[in-house]
Design a binder for this molecule. Structure first.
Ligand code: PHE
Length: 463
């Protein structure tokens, strides 16, 4: 079959590529640490409800806008209503911000690949290994640059087919490893110096069972904001990326079903990753260890791998390599969006734009790396979480900008062009729009109100 340029091969190609962008370090690094920080079960419950309501609504909106307008985010809104063109520009800010720190995490993963390649797995279990790595100004930058260079090369040579090929092999492999390591972790136990025994099953219970004890309104709102920020980040919604993906989808693809698969897959990977990491943290560091934030995965997993004996090193290597691939497919989708849009704005070639944006990203990411050494500070975010530079940028993009963008998008779709505009696109292929009623209720009433509240909360105005 003859394909249009940059298009996907049918539904499967689309689902896999969109899942390739969606599944990344957000699922395996960010989700578990937020779940742990927010005490486990309750966060999971809130997140699941959000995926089925908000996640579905936002993903549907982005993808349908993309397919109907056949344009990327920067132009899509303006092409529907010229006055709303500003929203396209606003969405563009998010991938630009995320790009600055995504490659930093990619660098951390690259570091752990080399650690296990060179057989230093035992060293990685030492307390302080991770901290001393990120606080050394040179090595964290070097690894970040390696990761960024690989990302930029993929984009430099043009990507969509590459993304598809990557995703097909990596996703299932990663999932198998996560399940395997998770099952192993849950069967472990650890006796602390004072004789307390902590088992993986207890850890799993902390992870899954909601604990309402001492729940205050303020704490619930923090969990809600965290879960929502995670939802945006993980599904890659409200940042224009899914609009672009939508514009590549053939008209005969069943959007409703494809969206269901993307939600399901993205959430499944996150849940399983949490079930692998949170019990491990609990076993080795108890509930006190759960608040450690971004370092969580890098500190706890090496201990699990070490406990597996000689095969542990090999499994660890396979895990970090696959995680590296999942991270690359996501970072490629971010850089691709930036490059494709800037090519349009500045009317230059892909290669030139890729070099320029790659260069700017390298500088910005270097500054973020320095947030753990040269520019180290300790700040408390309006939501009460402790933060370094990376967390601040993450907060601005995911907790502050995204609710704002979503709010505006809901007003635009729900009240300016009306949900019918989206519904028409959802049924354009001749398939049913299965959650139509939910969609129009969410986009008109629920989502705008909640997004507005979260936006004010992210500023610290709602307590
Ligand atoms: N959704 C990706 C993840 O979970 C991250 C991402 C963010 C990808 C923004 C594209 C755009 O890791």
């Amino acid at each position: 079959m003859e394909k249009k340029k940059g298009g996907f091969t049918g539904s499967l190609g689309f689902v896999l590529s969109a899942a390739g962008s969606a599944v990344g370090v957000g699922n395996i690094w960010r989700f578990p640490y937020l779940a742990a920080q927010d005490g486990g079960g309750l966060f999971i419950l809130v997140y699941l409800v959000l995926v089925l309501t908000f996640g579905f609504t936002l993903l549907t909106t982005d993808i349908a806008i993309g397919r109907r307008t056949q344009k990327n985010a920067l132009e899509a809104f303006g092409s529907i209503r010229p006055k709303w063109g500003f929203l396209g520009k606003l969405t563009f800010l998010v991938p630009a911000l995320i790009m600055t720190y995504y490659t930093v995490i990619g660098g951390w993963i690259t570091k752990y690949i080399t650690v296990y390649m060179t057989g230093q797995g035992a060293a990685a279990t030492q307390d302080g290994f991770f901290t001393s790595f990120i606080s050394s100004p040179v090595s964290s930058v070097v690894f970040m640059l390696v990761f960024l260079a690989v990302t930029a090369l993929v984009v430099f040579f043009g990507v969509e087919k590459g993304i598809e090929r990557f995703s097909k092999v990596v996703m299932p492999g990663l999932l198998v490893l996560i399940i395997g390591v998770g099952a192993y972790t849950i069967m472990q136990s650890h006796t602390t110096a004072d004789g307390t025994v902590r088992t993986g099953l207890d850890g799993l219970a902390v992870y899954l069972i909601p604990n309402f004890e001492g729940l205050t309104f303020g704490r619930f709102m923090k969990i809600l904001l965290d879960a929502m920020s995670q939802l945006f980040f993980s599904l890659s919604v409200s940042m224009g990326i899914m609009i672009t993906y939508g514009s590549y989808v053939d008209k005969d693809v069943n959007l409703s079903r494809s969206i269901g698969y993307i939600e399901l897959f993205d959430t499944l990977v996150a849940l399983l990753a949490g079930a692998m990491i949170v019990p491990a943290v609990y076993i080795f560091s108890g509930t006190e260890g759960m608040s450690s934030g971004p370092s969580l995965m890098f500190v706890s997993l090496p201990k699990v791998f070490q406990g597996m004996g000689p095969v542990g090193g090999i499994i660890a290597l396979a895990f970090f390599i696959m995680l590296g691939f999942a991270a690359i497919t996501s970072s490629v989708s971010i850089l691709e969006t930036l490059v494709a849009n800037c090519m349009n704005i500045f009317k230059t070639s892909r290669k030139k734009m890729c070099l320029i944006i790659g260069g700017i990203s390298a500088v910005a990411a270097t500054v973020i790396c320095m947030g753990y050494n040269v520019f180290y500070f300790e700040l408390t975010l309006p939501n009460g979480s402790p933060a370094q530079l990376l967390d601040v940028v993450d907060y601005v993009s995911n907790s502050f900008l995204m609710p704002l963008i979503s709010f505006l998008t809901c007003i635009f779709v729900g009240w300016v062009i009306k949900p019918k505009w989206i519904e028409e696109e959802m049924v354009a292929s001749g398939h049913k729009f299965s959650r139509k009623g939910l969609y129009s209720f969410m986009i008109r009433f629920v989502a705008p109100v909640i997004m507005a509240v979260l936006f004010f909360q992210s500023l610290g105005l709602v307590k």
